[in-house]
Design a protein around this ligand. Structure first.
Ligand code: SF4
Length: 437
C-alpha cells in the first residue's frame, strides 16, 4: 500500500489546509471524533526568545483547528507538557498557551487547552520489560493530530512526528527514554512509542526549520515548507530527507521501519505537491567538537587547556541538557588564558572518567550514582536531578574554574540574549506565533 505525503510550500493563509487536503490526512476523521492536538513547545521562557524552528507556529495550529471545524469536529483538545527547570512550575506553561493564542482558540472555537502535567497518566507497556506513563487525554482520543516542527536534533539527528510524541509521557518516563542500555536506548524507545498512541494526522511545520536543534540556540531558516500525511512514519521519512538526512542513517526511523516491515527508501510513499529535490537543503544537527570529542570546537579554538568536557551523549535528559548549555557558556566566559588544573566534566548516565585527572566534576545524580564507589578519581559531585545550578557553580569553583554565578542565577531569562541575532532580519517574524483576537 502506498502512503500519501503532501510536500508543499507555505506562501499564504490557507496553504496549510490545502496541504492537509492534498495528503488526504483527514479522510478517516469523523465529526464525532475526540481529537487531540500535540504541538511542539519544547521550551518556553517568559521573556522574548527565539521561537523560529523551535516551536510549532500558531499559524499552522490555527489552520488545523479551522479545518477540523470545517469537518464538523467539536471535541478538540490541544495539549503539551513543557519542561521547566523548576518542578511544579505551572506559570510558564500558562504564559506559553496565552502568548501563542491558544486561549483565543478556546474562546473562538471551544477548544480545550491542557497542560498534560495537570492531567492523569496511565502506565503502558513499551515492551516486555519497560513501562512508561502516557497522558490519558491523547491515549484515549479518537484522532491524534501531531504538529512537530521540521528540525534537527543534537541527539537524534531529526526531531519530527515520532519524536514529538515523547512530550506526552510524564517526567519519570522522559528520563527513562534516555536509557544507558545500548539495546534499549533513546532511539529504541522513540521507535516504539508512536505505536501505542491513536492514529490521525501528522503535519510537520517547516515554515521555519532549524539547524542544530532542538532549542533556541540552534540556527533557524525561513523555509516555508509544510509536510502532511495520515502516517507519521512516512511524514518523518520525507521530513528527514528534506533536512538532508537519509532516514536509513537515523536509528529510530530505521528501527520503526523494520518493526512495520517497511523500507526506509520511500518506495512505498506517494509524494504529492513538490519534489523532495526541489525543497531539500542540508541542516547540520550536531554541535561541533574537537576530533577526540573532549572539547566543544569553540573552546578548542579559544585555546582552552586543562579541561576535558566530553561530548554529550543520548543519555543526557532535557533537564541536564539545559544546565549543560549554561555550564559551557559560563566556562567560555571564565577562560582567562591560564590552563585549568586538568579538570574533567562528566554528564549523562554512562560516561567513564579518564584516569589521571586532577578533578572529575560529576554533573547530575546519574553521574554521582554511577561513580560513587570510584576511588581512583577526585570526584566533585553535583547531586540532584536536575542538578542544582548553585551547587554546579560551587563545584566548578572547587575545580578552579571561576564561572560567574550570575549566569546561573538568571537561567530563566538567558534565552532572551539570543534575540540579538535576529535584529534587522524581518524574515524572523514573531507574528507566526500569535493569533489575532
Ligand atoms: S540527573 Fe540528569 S541525566 Fe540523570 S535522570 Fe536527572 S536529568 Fe537525566
Amino acid at each position: 500500500m502506498n502512503h500519501i505525503v503532501a510536500l508543499t510550500q507555505y506562501n499564504a493563509k490557507g496553504n496549510v489546509k490545502e496541504s492537509i487536503e492534498l495528503s488526504k490526512a483527514f479522510s478517516n476523521l469523523k465529526p464525532s471524533d475526540k481529537v487531540f492536538i500535540k504541538p511542539n513547545i519544547v521550551f518556553w521562557a517568559r521573556v522574548p526568545f527565539p521561537k523560529w524552528g523551535v516551536i510549532t507556529t500558531s499559524t499552522v495550529l490555527l489552520e488545523a483547528v479551522e479545518l477540523l471545524k470545517d469537518y464538523g469536529v467539536n471535541d478538540i483538545t490541544i495539549g503539551e507538557g513543557i519542561v521547566t527547570l523548576k518542578p511544579n512550575d505551572r506559570e510558564t506553561a500558562n504564559h506559553a498557551f496565552e502568548y501563542l493564542g491558544y486561549s483565543t482558540l478556546a474562546n473562538r472555537y471551544g477548544v480545550k487547552v491542557i497542560n498534560i502535567f495537570d492531567r492523569p497518566f496511565e502506565k503502558v507497556a513499551l515492551d516486555n520489560d519497560i513501562d512508561i506513563s502516557l497522558n490519558t487525554d491523547p491515549l484515549h482520543s479518537d484522532f491524534l493530530i501531531n504538529l512537530p516542527v521540521l528540525k534537527t536534533h543534537a541527539q537524534t539527528v531529526v526531531s519530527l512526528g515520532l519524536k514529538n510524541l515523547k512530550g506526552l509521557v510524564n517526567i519519570a518516563s522522559r528520563k527513562k527514554f534516555h536509557n544507558p542500555d545500548e539495546n534499549k536506548n533513546l532511539h529504541y524507545m522513540i521507535s516504539r512509542l508512536y505505536t501505542l498512541l491513536p492514529k490521525g494526522a501528522t503535519i510537520i511545520d517547516g515554515i521555519f526549520t532549524l539547524e542544530r536543534g532542538p532549542s533556541f540556540d540552534g540556527k533557524p531558516r525561513k523555509s516555508n515548507i509544510i509536510i502532511a500525511s495520515e502516517d507519521t512514519l512516512s511524514a518523518d521519512f520525507v521530513g528527514a530527507k528534506v533536512l538532508g538526512h537519509d532516514p536509513a542513517t537515523i536509528a529510530y526511523l530505521e528501527m520503526a521501519a523494520k518493526n512495520e516491515g517497511r523500507n526506509v527508501d520511500l518506495s512505498d510513499i506517494e509524494i504529492r505537491g513538490q519534489s523532495i529535490d526541489a525543497l531539500a537543503s542540508f541542516h547540520e544537527y550536531t554541535f561541533p567538537y574537537s576530533e577526540d570529542g573532549t572539547l566543544p570546537k569553540k573552546l578548542q579554538k579559544m585555546g582552552v587547556q586543562g579541561l576535558s568536557y566530553p561530548k554529550y551523549d543520548s543519555t543526557m535528559c532535557t533537564y541536564c541538557a539545559a544546565l549543560n548549555g549554561a555550564v559551557l557558556t559560563a566556562i567560555t566566559f571564565a577562560w582567562q588564558g591560564k590552563p585549568w588544573h586538568d579538570v574533567e566534566v562528566l554528564t549523562g548516565k554512562k560516561m567513564q572518567p579518564t584516569p589521571g585527572k586532577k578533578f572529575t566534576v560529576l554533573l547530575g545524580q546519574c553521574m554521582v550514582n554511577l561513580h560513587k564507589n570510584n576511588t581512583s578519581i577526585h570526584a566533585i559531585p553535583v547531586k540532584g536531578c536536575p542538578p542544582d545550578p548553585k551547587e554546579t557553580v560551587k563545584a566548578l569553583h572547587q575545580a578552579g574554574i571561576e564561572v560567574n554565578p550570575l549566569i546561573f542565577e538568571h537561567l530563566d531569562i538567558a534565552p532572551t540574549y539570543y534575540m540579538e541575532r535576529y535584529k534587522n532580519k524581518p524574515e524572523f517574524d514573531e507574528n507566526f506565533y500569535q493569533i489575532d483576537e
